[in-house]
Each structure stands twice: as C-alpha cells, then as structure tokens.
Design a protein around this ligand. Structure first.
Ligand SMILES: Nc1ncnc2c1ncn2[C@@H]1O[C@H](COP(=O)(O)OP(=O)(O)O)[C@@H](O)[C@H]1O
Ligand SMILES: [Mg+2]
Length: 364
C-alpha cells in the first residue's frame, strides 16, 4: 500500500446536484483539504439517474451503462484535480468513492450505489474503495448515515454538546455529547422535496435562499398530514432516501386549492420542524448546532430553524471545514480507515450488530 497521507473523497448525494471531489491530507488528528471540485450533473444525466430510482424496463443494462458514464465523469474530475495540484497517482493512497444511490432498502437487505469503481481505478490508476453501505446492512444495520463516525473524529468537543446537522437531499443529525457517546440518524427530508416542487412549478433546480418559500404561507392541514408519515414516528436507527421522499409523496397529499408557493412554504416548514423535533427528542442537552450540506445556504430555512431550536446555529466552516466539503471529505476518511484495516461504521448509529470495516477495495 502506498505510504501517503493524501486521499481523495467523492460524494454524490440524494439531491442529484452533482459530484463533490475532495483532495485531502489525513494526519492522525488533523484533516486538511488541499483542493475541492464540484461537477454539476447535466439535466439529461440527472433525469437518467432519477428514472433508475424506480422500477423501469431494462434497468439492469441502463444502470450498468450509467455506472460507467459516472465513473468516466468522476475519473476526469480526479485527473484534473491531480494535474492542478502537481500530483501523480503514485502520491495518492486511495479514493473513497460513494457512488450515486439509486435504491436504498436496508429493510430488504440492500442499498445500491452506481459508479463503476473498477473503471474509475483504471482511468485514474488509483486504489478505489467503494460500496461502503452493504457490509453494515449485512450486519443488520441501516447502512446509513455513515458520516457520524467521521464527525466524531473531527468535530467532537470536550466542553460543548454538539449537533452536526447535514442538510442535503435528506437531513441527517449527528449528536456528539461531551461524554463521548454518539447518536446519529436520518431525520427526514432536507432539500429534496423543495427541489422537486420548484422544478415542476418553475423549472429551477432549487429555491435559492428559500426566496420562493418565503412568499408563501404555511398550510396547517398539509403540514399535519406530512408529519403523520410513519417515518417521523420511527425511533433511530433509521435512514431514508428518495425511495420515500419523492414527488409522488408530495402529490398524494396536496389539494388543487393549495397555491404552489404555500406548498413550498409548507415543505420548508416540514424540513425545519422535523429537524427541530428530532433535536429536541434525541439531543436534549445540545448546546450548539453546526450545519453542513447545501441546505446551510438556504438563509430562510436556517432562520426558521434558529427560531424553532433556540440554539446557536453556525456552519461547519466555523470549525474549519466548509459546509459543501464535509461529506466528500468524510469518504476520504472512511476509505483511509478501510485501507488501514480499521473499523469505520458506528453500530450505535446504524444498528449494526458490531463494528465492521466497510468498503470494497479495487487495487490500483
Ligand atoms: N443558496 C441555496 N439556497 C437554497 N438551497 C441551496 C442553496 N445552495 C444549495 N442548496 C441546496 O443544496 C442541495 C445540494 O446539497 P448537497 O449537500 O450537495 O446535497 P446532497 O448531498 O444530497 O447532494 C441543492 O439541491 C439545493 O437544494
Ligand atoms: Mg450534492
């Protein structure tokens, strides 16, 4: 194995905004980001991925082909990052490659991420670690969220009970009390429903700063109905994705008389209230919240969240890791653990039977 501290982490989340690539240096107690690259998915690619989330004709061939396309796109990004930083493949210990989730069904015993890791290894000449979720699921865990172990490693404080809140397509919480324990779970939708709703109404990918939602009024009955979904009642460990929170989930609940912006406002309220309730219930001694993920940029959402939690809310940028980089860096960390043969799941979070080394290694 290459004796280097430089690793690359790659994340493409539920929101389907694109691929995040982080070039990192991982020392014992410190992680630094040397460079970062975000590749946007084209509308056409996003549509292809979206279709594969649900059963369709010839999906096996379509997902295999798309898996190759994603590896090519990712490989080009990695090679660009290496050239820009005057690094050769020999100087990189490995890549943590999450891939793109197209089905997440831990209750059925699987989670499927596409992105051909063998091809990525060929294109980059790098060792690639992929398929992080299925070993945890095989050990009866949720296979998600996987980032809390990393959050604990870099964000734990001896003096403050911290909540790390990731608002991506889905929202997930990591609670790090000073006693060293860890709680983590998906608490519900992040941006995913608001993204869907503004797409069908205004053909935009997302509601910048929550501006459109801000124009609307909360529809109380609709909010109540949304919140009656069983997912919100379930106790952790729990995880979710587009399998549950999708456009149909919105459509089956709305009435023709509702105005689109009121629905958007209600969806934003749902994201905020489900996060706030989860924090109150499972992180009752929390002193502070650090937000990451694209939702951290939604000014209106953060304002509402502040009112609901009465806690100080900052971004992980205030802890020296910019909010859009956290998840990609987490996968560099997870891969480093795999390559060092160290456990990288959190059984307390996922419900797995015990500690496991997650990830399949594709040697350079
Ligand atoms: N300025 C902004 N205002 C509101 N939402 C934003 C803003 N910037 C990004 N987002 C949201 O963040 C999402 C991407 O966040 P990300 O953390 O990458 O999620 P994922 O990990 O699911 O891909 C976008 O889909 C969008 O909804
Ligand atoms: Mg993303």
């Amino acid at each position: 194995m290459i004796n280097s501290k430089i690793l690359i982490g790659i994340m493409s989340g539920t929101s389907l905004d694109g691929i995040d690539i982080a070039l990192t240096r991982i020392d014992k107690k410190k992680i630094s980001v040397l460079d970062f690259l975000h590749i946007n998915y084209s509308a056409e690619l996003k549509e292809k991925i979206l279709k594969l989330h649900f059963p369709e004709k010839n999906e096996l061939e379509k997902s295999s082909m798309l898996s190759n396309d994603l590896a090519v796109l990712t490989g080009r990004g990695i090679n660009r990052l290496l050239i820009n930083n005057n690094l050769s493949a020999k100087q990189i210990k490995g890549v943590g490659y999450h891939g793109q989730t197209i089905r997440h069904r831990p209750e059925k015993g699987f989670s499927t991420q596409i992105g051909n890791a063998d091809l990525l290894s060929e294109i980059t000449n790098l060792t690639v670690v992929s398929n992080f979720r299925n070993r945890d699921i095989a050990a009866k865990g949720q296979g998600a969220p996987l980032v809390p172990a990393f959050h604990k490693d870099i964000f734990y404080s001896k003096t403050k009970n911290r909540v790390i809140l990731n608002i991506g397509g889905i929202s997930n919480i990591t609670y790090l009390p000073t006693d060293g324990s860890i709680i983590g779970f998906d608490c519900g939708p992040g941006n995913i429903l608001m993204d869907h709703w503004i797409k069908v109404n205004h053909d935009l990918n997302f509601d910048k700063n929550g501006k459109w939602a801000k124009k609307g009024q909360i529809i109380d009955d609709l909010l109540k109905y949304f919140l009656s979904d069983n997912f919100f009642k379930k106790k952790p460990p729990k995880s979710t994705g587009r399998d549950l929170f999708n456009l149909d989930w919105i459509k089956k609940s709305i009435k023709k008389s509702y105005s689109p912006e009121d629905i958007q406002r209600t969806l934003l309220e749902l994201t905020a209230i489900s996060i706030a309730k989860a924090i109150k219930k499972y992180c009752s001694k929390a002193n502070e919240i650090y937000v990451c993920g694209g939702g951290a940029k939604n000014i209106f959402l953060i304002e509402i969240l502040k009112n609901k939690t009465n806690l100080s809310i900052q971004t992980t940028g205030d802890l020296n890791l910019p909010e859009q980089q956290v998840e990609a860096v987490a996968f560099a960390w997870l891969a480093n653990q795999t390559l060092n043969r160290k456990f990288n799941n959190s059984p307390d979070v996922t419900g797995a039977k015990g500690f496991r080394i997650l990830g399949s290694i594709h040697q350079s």
